[in-house]
Ligand binder design. Structure first.
Ligand SMILES: [Zn+2]
Length: 441
């Protein structure tokens, strides 16, 4: 059988489609075996005791491990959104977040801001399958185009008309550091400035849809979701938008299939501070039914600054380090409504400044990242790269190489395997001619 040729929905998130590694003779049973051996890495999580890759991925990526009622808001939270929040002064909300949402962190079985078990599980599975095949290195289709090590995406949700007025300032700041981002607007709340949407697109930014109203009621029931979804789809079309984010990151993987979107970004790898805390533990995109999910992976601005009182972008940058080491997606949400506070804006600027000084990432709009992920998913990693014809679309054939030295060393065990894009391999070969390698390692 050749399961790697087809990227059906069933196996769209399977490890052979994440890694796209060329391992002749390795079949699905070998991957299943590799997964069973790697399951211990998901320690203390329900997914660790499941039998097959499908079951583990459903438990992790679709958040099934948090139980049946995971998507349902508690009565207290429903009352809060329906009755309390609309009459509450905006200035009190940060205090409420601190009081009500911060304690959730202790109850969530996931770590934060870095939850590395699913990432290590994927690497461990890869190591097992390579061990089984008796290889120390093998070609693979790089996770990101042009040999980039990780992806870096900026997004913003516009909560109110006040936030909308601050959008141009945020655009100017990002342009100054060479970045572009996606701004998600709420269609039926404040009056959306359509000329601003045109301007955003003209200046190379993206526009997305942020729910229908910002009232916390979109996911109250499947019926209420159904009632609103046609209007949301109409705005997606009118605004020429391909992406969605739900207000308050309320979410439901099955209901959301009714949205006419190419990607969603309402899920996250780990976030105990949201009204539905939890996480997919994934720092890579994945498929939820028909759309690509781009989980946000950096803490939200209000969590970092208002709930935790951070004065620097330190936590963001540390998370970016982790994502870079593992070839992930650094996906950020900030809100012009919060960024307009001078202290918050300064921390965001400091972050952009530090990021602009870094290299090796693919900075792109989320719509493009989703398109890339689908294209890569369709690429065939079952035939050996012959050096003449690549997979196209900027894809680069790299080498995954096991490095025992690193595994045994005192560096984190989450880095057992090196992902080297072909360009880096070639550069190392050239350098080795001049015996520079000992100075570099
Ligand atoms: Zn929002």
């Amino acid at each position: 059988m050749n399961h790697r040729n087809t990227a059906s929905i069933r196996d769209a998130n399977a490890p052979w489609n994440l890694w796209k590694i060329f391992l002749p003779g390795v079949d699905e049973e070998a991957w299943q075996d590799a997964a069973r051996k790697a399951a211990h890495v998901l320690s203390n999580l329900p997914a660790s005791s499941l039998g097959s890759i499908d079951e583990m991925l459903e438990a992790v990526l679709m958040e099934r491990q948090f139980g049946e009622g995971h998507w349902r808001l508690s009565v207290a939270k429903r009352v809060y959104y329906s009755i309390v929040r609309p009459i509450l002064p905006v200035s009190i909300r940060p205090l409420l977040r601190r009081l009500l949402l911060a304690p959730q962190k202790e109850r969530l079985p996931l770590d934060w801001p870095i939850e590395d078990r699913y990432v290590r599980f994927q690497f461990e599975m890869l190591r097992n399958v390579m061990d089984g095949a008796g290889v120390r290195s093998a070609p693979y289709i790089g996770l990101w185009p042009d040999g980039k090590r990780y992806a870096f995406v900026l997004t913003h949700d516009i909560e109110t008309g006040r936030g909308q007025k601050f959008v141009r300032k945020v655009m100017e700041l990002e342009e100054r550091y060479g970045f572009r981002s996606c701004f998600n607007f709420v269609p039926e709340d404040y009056e959306v400035d359509l000329s601003l949407l045109d301007e955003l697109r003209e200046r190379g930014f993206e526009v997305g849809v942020h729910g229908l109203k910002h009232d916390g009621k979109l996911f109250r029931s499947q019926r209420s979701f159904r009632r609103r979804v046609d209007r949301i789809n109409r705005y997606l079309k009118e605004w020429n938008a391909t992406g969605f984010r739900a207000p308050f990151t309320h979410r439901h993987p099955e209901w959301m299939q009714m949205l006419n979107i190419e990607y969603d970004s309402s899920f996250f790898d780990t976030d105990p501070f949201e009204t539905i805390p939890g996480g997919t533990m994934s720092i890579w995109p994945f498929m939820i039914g028909d759309f690509v999910e781009l989980p946000y992976t950096l803490p939200q601005d209000h969590t970092l600054i208002s709930t935790l009182g951070e004065k620097t972008p330190r936590l963001w940058l540390e998370k970016v380090d982790f994502i870079e080491q593992h070839g992930g997606l650094a996906m950020m949400i900030t809100h012009p409504d919060y960024l307009l506070a001078p202290g918050c804006f300064a921390i965001y600027e400091e972050f952009l400044k530090k990021m602009s000084a870094r290299t090796g990432y693919w900075h792109q709009l989320p719509g493009e990242v989703a398109r890339w992920w689908k294209q890569r998913l369709a690429m065939d990693s079952s035939v050996p790269p012959d050096g003449n014809s690549g997979p196209g679309n900027g894809a680069v054939i790299g080498t995954i190489r096991m490095d025992d030295k690193i595994v045994r060393g005192d560096v984190p065990t989450s880095r057992p395997i090196h992902l080297l894009p072909q360009i880096a391999v070639a550069a190392l070969q050239v350098l080795s001619l001049f015996s520079l390698i000992p100075y570099l390692i």
